[in-house]
Design a protein around this ligand. Sequence first.
Ligand code: SF4
Length: 275
Amino acid sequence: MSNEHVFDKYLRQDKLPHMWCPGCGNGIVINAMIRAIEKTGINQDDVVVVSGIGCSSRANGYVDFCGLHTNHGRALPYATGVKMQNPNLKVIVVTGDGDCTSIGGNHFIHACRRNIDITTIVFNNNNYGMTGGQFSPTTPTNSKTKTTVYGNIDTPFDICNLAQTAGASYVARSTVYHATMLVNQIAEAINHKGFSVVEAVCDCPTLFGRLNKIGAAPEMLLNFKDRAVTVAQSKKMTQEELQGKIVIGKFLEDAERPEYSDRYQDVINIAKGGK
Ligand code: SF4
């Protein structure tokens, strides 16, 4: 399908123009998500997009699917409710690094643990964009934000490590520079049965890029290109060599783990006297 047709089909034209800053990476991630949905062939009416609060969560309003724009950090509980009520729906959560791993951090690890069939796309721009550029759980050590003006002293979460450790059964990472890889990963995640996480490293030129003197959007994308190493390359590198790198690719795909809504259906069947 041509670009024009994809956008006509999946974007709510009456909600445009969007509120994002020029050069913000959020648009590339949404572009990747709608291309991935088109690629999977899933019926548009069977997709539910759920978001929390933040710049990336505003994406929900621009795409033409059933949707829920919920409270800060609470997209996953709402998404879990939707999935449990109707397991035939394809539920996609769009969330930011702060929304997902700070305010919603507990919901995230428990959704991973349950392996419920939800695809979560984490827009990771390393700061809270919407509220003015405060540091988030993924802000790199020594980076500057509005609340770490002398450099961040925290150690950041690695979202993909966290998801794997907590029990997610599909985990991948790409960046907005590697947009084709991002489309393929989101499509795979949607087709995967179980809790799937795609971390999309994206640029926030207005706040994170400016405060850390990385430059505007083109420089930020080139910075992602320069720092990216594949999962295979990373396995041959030392921890020292991996400092500052962004490891991209698929970390995990486990089709064998039982999925939560299926297991819950088993419980319902047993309660009704079946086996
Ligand atoms: Fe994008 Fe950052 Fe602007 Fe938010 S503040 S719209 S994340 S560039």
